[in-house]
Every structure is written in structure tokens, then in C-alpha cells.
Design a protein around this ligand. Structure first.
Ligand SMILES: [Zn+2]
Length: 97
């Protein structure tokens, strides 16, 4: 899934009331309460960050992705041909491995 990583204090929801689900302790995902579209992901390990689903943007081509992360968990049959840097995992606060 493609996410835009933002600083949490620079992000706010202007209208609507998302439904929140906690798939694992400390991780919260929000969804549109009417249609179920994925909206955000937060993780208490990375408390200063919020990830917004690119598919929820009115213009999904902006912003353009810059990197691939969590390659360690990608589906083995999924391969992309772009030249963006690839990382096995993300440790928060901008630390990639
Ligand atoms: Zn909706």
C-alpha cells in the first residue's frame, strides 16, 4: 500500500468522523465511516508521524512516491520497475534499513 508520511502535528482532519480500528497494540488505522476507504495509519513507536493513504487523495498522482519500504514483507510476485530506493524495513524517525 502507498502512504504519504507526514509529521503528526502538521496533519489534521478538517471534516468527517473516521472509524478507527486497532489491528495490533499501539497501531491505529482509520477508515471513512461511510465507504470504508483507508485513510491513515499511526503507530505509537513512531509517535510523531502519521501515514495517509495515497489512494485517499483527490489527486493520487501527487505527491509522487519517493521510496519503497517494508520490502521484507512484500508479496514475492510483486516487482516494480522504477528506480526509487528500496528498504527492507522502517524503524521510525526517518531510519531505514
Ligand atoms: Zn468515504
Amino acid at each position: 500500500m502507498a502512504w504519504a508520511g507526514l509529521k503528526r502535528d502538521e496533519f489534521s482532519i478538517l471534516s468527517g468522523d473516521p472509524t478507527v480500528h486497532e489491528p495490533s497494540p499501539g497501531v491505529q488505522r482509520s477508515f471513512c465511516g461511510r465507504c470504508g476507504t483507508s485513510l491513515t495509519l499511526t503507530d505509537e513507536r513512531f509517535s510523531g508521524e502519521v501515514y495517509v493513504a495515497l489512494a485517499s487523495f483527490e489527486d493520487a498522482d501527487s505527491p509522487l512516491p519517493e521510496i519503497h519500504i517494508w520490502r521484507s514483507q512484500r508479496l514475492p510476485w510483486l516487482e516494480t520497475t522504477d528506480e526509487w530506493p528500496r528498504y527492507a524495513q522502517f524503524k521510525g524517525d526517518g531510519v531505514l534499513e
